[in-house]
Design a protein around this ligand. Sequence first.
Ligand code: IMP
Ligand code: MG
Length: 180
Amino acid sequence: MSDTNAKISVLIPEERVEARIRELGEQISSDYAGRSIHMICVLKGGVYFMTALSKRISEDVPVTLDFMSVSSYGDDTKSSGVVKIVKDLDQPIEGKDVLIVEDIIDSGRSLYYLTGLLRDRHPASLHLCTLLDKPDRRVKEVKVDYEGFVIEDKFVVGCGMDYQQKYRNLPYIGVVELPE
Ligand code: IMP
Ligand code: MG
């Protein structure tokens, strides 16, 4: 059963992640009072954060969900800037208050592309919520409306984020010590 597991150290413990998601839920609930939220999850990484966040939205604010998958070609830890839709949304977003939910914004290329594409579909509003933000690595400017944590340029896993498709299920945010 043994696998070549990378060494992982805890960057943000589970309790802090959960507390921050609760705060974001309260803030978003108050900002969207009297409206509903159509959450769009960017697969696969965003799925853990979106389900956790959606459970912290007030019952007075109806939440609907849809999923989209984009891939940016590149190696395991760096994206190339070429973005392709792997899975499109099931539902139209015209006239809806859309909240994109992402795991992490790195170069900003995927979100830059995605927000442009979604804006062309005429949602009533379009906002972006990310669990983590690595602003030092930004290549394309994206407006982040809600963010969990700003981190320095480190490759992280857990809470939906992977290294070679593994470690998404870790309940904390960890840093992978990559082999040289
Ligand atoms: P961007 O287009 O460079 O902003 O890349 C965003 C995507 O790359 C994220 O949604 C993640 O899926 C992935 N990514 C960027 N940084 C990390 C990281 O530190 N760990 C895991 N995935 C990452
Ligand atoms: Mg992602």
